[in-house]
Design a protein. Structure first.
Length: 271
């Protein structure tokens, strides 16, 4: 997609890239190789400046843009990030900036979910879990829940998905052992040795965690603050991990290329 821009487009843009994960490193070099002006951003969002350009900020996909971090973002810029509060969005708009959520691009969101699923497999293997014949409960049947459940089922895990969405239930039923209503997910929760949460809300509270198998591995894939009461899990001696930015950890080159395609497509559309 970058090759479609002419030189005048490239001269009028400057990308400011967050290098806090490996995706940013590949994005930086890729944009530079395509002939764009590219600067690195520091922890206070400061960066080098160029004359007569529109700045495109590319934050790490796991980053939620906070209000206190926008003072050094240049006016009339485009900001790619995971999300922000309404007041932060309003303050950016006051500066003439446009905020873009990465995953408003459905193709990027779906492909990112697939990468997350394969990274999840790696996490389980690194935790010495034998995926074949593992009993896995996946909470949520959205993009990530669907991808994770399908990948693990493909490696012969016994997978149950809990969802309250009837459409999601029909889709995941194609490859899962069983689909259950979300409100009933804790009835047989002690029978699972892996629980994977994809729901961005507190769903595994102390009451549910008390019912878990003590040898269970709980993996939370939901964005901050996650869907697990981590203090309760620790007090109960449960093994739990909150895994953010999985594509950047395990498949950074593939993830960066997907991001690059999406960013350039939307910047071109933005004009």
């Amino acid at each position: 997609m970058g090759e479609d821009f002419n030189n005048s487009n490239k001269d009028s843009l400057a990308f400011v890239v967050d290098l806090s994960d490996r995706r940013g490193e590949y994005l930086y070099s890729s944009l530079e190789n395509l002939g764009y002006k590219v600067f690195a951003i520091d922890k206070n969002y400061r960066h080098e400046l160029a004359e007569k350009v529109k700045y495109i900020y590319v934050l790490a996909p796991r980053v939620w843009l906070e209000l206190e971090n926008i003072d050094n973002i240049m006016p009339d810029s485009i900001v790619f990030c995971l999300g922000m509060s309404d007041i932060t969005r309003e303050r950016l708009a006051f500066k003439g900036c446009r905020a873009i959520n990465y995953f408003d691009d459905e193709l990027l969101a779906i492909n990112n979910a697939i990468l997350t699923a394969y990274g999840t497999k790696n996490i389980l293997e690194n935790a010495d879990i034998q995926i074949e014949n593992a009993k896995v409960l996946v909470l949520g049947g959205g993009r990530v829940g669907r991808s994770v459940s399908k990948v693990l089922a493909g490696y012969n895990a016994s997978v149950v998905v809990a969802t309250k969405d009837p459409i999601e239930a029909v889709i995941v039923d194609e490859w899962c052992d069983k689909v259950i209503n979300f409100k009933d997910f804790d009835i047989e929760i002690a029978s699972y040795n892996v629980i994977i949460n994809t729901v961005p809300a507190l769903v595994l509270k102390n009451k549910e965690l008390k019912k878990c198998n003590k040898g269970c591995f709980i993996l939370d894939l939901a964005s901050m603050p996650g869907g697990v009461d981590f203090i309760a899990a620790k007090n109960l001696g449960l093994q739990v991990e909150h895994a953010l930015g999985i594509p950047g950890r395990f498949l950074p080159i593939e993830a960066a290329q997907l991001m690059l395609n999406s960013i350039l497509k939307r910047v071109e559309f933005d004009g």
